[in-house]
Design a protein around this ligand. Structure first.
Ligand SMILES: [Zn+2]
Ligand SMILES: [Zn+2]
Length: 228
């Protein structure tokens, strides 16, 4: 049996997803299928924002987040490392905490200096870090949702570029966009007041949240028809 603990690290959650969903992902889905599934559940989550249905937003974004983690696994990305290099307790653009992008019109991305003492260990700590860099008072939930959609678009573009040219330098772009997508999905969860690690520990208390097996034995149709 595999489960997600409330005090999970990002690395541990990546491993959980690999153990439970690695096999069906490899057999059923291409990278693009997984991107489509991530976006599909993300859009359902955004619909929840429009309908003011917090529960719908929460559950669908948790599933979108898990598809996102499957993608990081397929591409063998150390997400935690990428996150810390991009957001070392500072906004990746203005290099401040809290972010000052709105007040001060910054023309160019500033160099961030990394202080490893501040590095979060747990998923929950990373979520809290994003709450400090990008406080919820600085935006509405709708704004956070639109920003997430924007980042999903940039993530797709980065994968398109990489898969188009197959140049190693473009892979860095994929890793950066993964970090940005992660920061934005945490932003929406922060606006919702959702503790992601806690919710994942409830959802994944015992293997796959639908079939309860490890590896997951949901068939292709179950997965593609799944609605929450
Ligand atoms: Zn900023
Ligand atoms: Zn399953």
């Amino acid at each position: 049996m595999a489960s997600v603990k409330e005090n999970t690290t990002i690395r541990e959650y990546q491993n959980f997803v690999k153990q439970v969903y690695g096999l069906p992902n490899d057999r059923y889905f291409t990278l693009w299928d997984m991107v489509t599934n991530m976006e599909r559940f993300m859009m359902r989550g955004l619909k929840g924002i429009r309908k003011e249905d917090t529960e719908k937003t929460k559950i669908n974004l948790l599933i979108a987040f898990s598809w996102f983690i499957s993608i990081t696994n397929q591409l063998h990305v150390n997400l935690e490392e990428e996150l810390w290099n991009r957001f070392p307790f500072l906004c990746s653009y203005c290099a401040s905490c809290p972010c000052l992008c709105k007040e001060s019109k910054i023309e160019h991305r500033k160099e961030v200096s990394i202080d490893n003492i501040k590095r979060p260990k747990l998923l929950e700590e990373f979520q809290n870090m994003f709450n400090q860099i990008y406080p919820t008072e600085q935006r509405t939930l709708e704004h956070a949702g639109i920003h997430l959609a924007e980042e999903a678009g940039e993530f797709s573009e980065a994968i398109l570029s990489y898969r188009g040219g197959r140049k190693d330098k473009d892979f860095k772009g994929v890793e950066l966009e993964m970090a940005d997508f992660f920061s934005c999905i945490m932003g929406v969860f922060n606006s919702l007041g959702t503790n992601v690690a806690k919710e994942l520990s409830i959802m994944f208390s015992d293997n796959c949240h639908v079939c309860k097996n490890i590896p997951c034995t949901c068939n292709f149709k179950d997965i593609t028809d799944f609605k929450s």
